[in-house]
Design a protein around this ligand. Structure first.
Ligand code: MN
Length: 295
């Protein structure tokens, strides 16, 4: 018989800050103290919703490196352009996801899409960092654009639906290729409904409230915006009860039981590997972006 996952704690953002000049984010971990309990996830920034005023020059975050993990960008409102030193580029619009595997190292930039920047509008996005196991930290960089129409939708009866970005829900597989078992679901629930999600026992698990309200396990209440409930790896069921229309990001993953040493955009297993990452970046071994072609 399946048992509910226990709520270990409910957390607010630990910091609010700008990433470059384009992304005003609330950090939902690790700045609030959530760490190993959510392995293999390393970081979650919730950008916006923010009103962006029209500008001929797109804002964002310019050329910077990453090594040792993956950056996953989920667009809710507005649009983001990405390009990197491995020759990958792409634009994502609401409903789309970019899954960028930095692995051995890339230099990239993340900007508001130029038409969005020119017209202005509301911007809302999540960036999630997913750790790589030691065996894949120095793999070749990879880039997956997960277009909205390729992200399957699982209906939750009258309660709403779940979009399966990565992993598997109710026998439906998401399009993201991952290095370790990971589930990422975009869940939309209608006000005044109840539902129940089932996630694997043994997975570290979190329910992130982006908008609305939710009661988890009939007792633990999250309200407003930008809160996270950390759940036990034991158990499978997550009963959810919402009063308002609600947007949740549900995460689970098999923990990676390896040391984590992080320094800004580099996440490795040892201090020596961090020093090597800094040296490799400075020596240009992660490449550079081509000069920008003007539109
Ligand atoms: Mn980046």
């Amino acid at each position: 018989m399946s048992t509910p996952k226990k709520v270990l704690g409910i957390f607010k953002p630990g910091s609010t800050h700008w990433v470059g000049d384009g992304f005003h984010v609330r950090n939902l971990f690790p700045s609030n103290g959530i760490g190993d309990e959510i392995s293999p996830f390393l970081m979650l920034d919730y950008a916006g919703p923010t009103r962006v005023s029209p500008s001929p020059n797109p804002r964002g975050v310019g050329e910077h490196p990453h090594r040792g993990f993956e950056t996953v960008t989920i667009a809710y409102q507005g649009a983001v352009e990405h390009r990197d030193s491995a020759g990958h580029s792409g634009t994502i619009y609401p409903g789309d996801v970019q899954w960028m595997t930095a692995a051995s190292g890339v230099v990239h930039e993340e900007m508001h899409e130029h038409e969005f920047a020119r017209k202005g509008g509301t911007f809302e996005m999540v960036q999630l960092w997913v750790n790589l196991p030691k065996a894949h930290k120095m793999s070749r960089p990879r880039y997956q654009t997960l277009a909205s129409q390729n992200i399957p939708v699982v209906q939750l009866g009258p309660a709403g639906y779940a979009r399966v970005i990565a992993g598997e829900f109710s026998g439906v597989k998401g399009p993201a290729q991952t290095f370790t078992p990971v589930n990422v679901f975009d869940v939309r629930l209608k006000g005044g409904t109840q539902t129940e999600l089932t996630l694997p026992a043994g997975h570290n698990t979190a329910v992130v409230l982006l908008k609305g309200d939710v009661v988890v396990n009939s007792t633990e209440q999250l309200e407003g915006e930008a809160q996270i409930a950390l759940l036990s790896s034991e158990g499978e069921r997550i009963p959810l009860d919402v009063k308002e229309d609600t947007t949740l990001l549900v995460l689970s993953g098999e923990p990676i039981h390896e040391p984590v040493v992080s320094y800004g955009p580099f996440v490795m297993n040892t201090r020596e590997e961090i020093l090597e990452a800094v040296a490799d970046y400075q020596a240009g071994k992660m490449g550079h972006l081509e000069a920008k072609v003007s539109h």
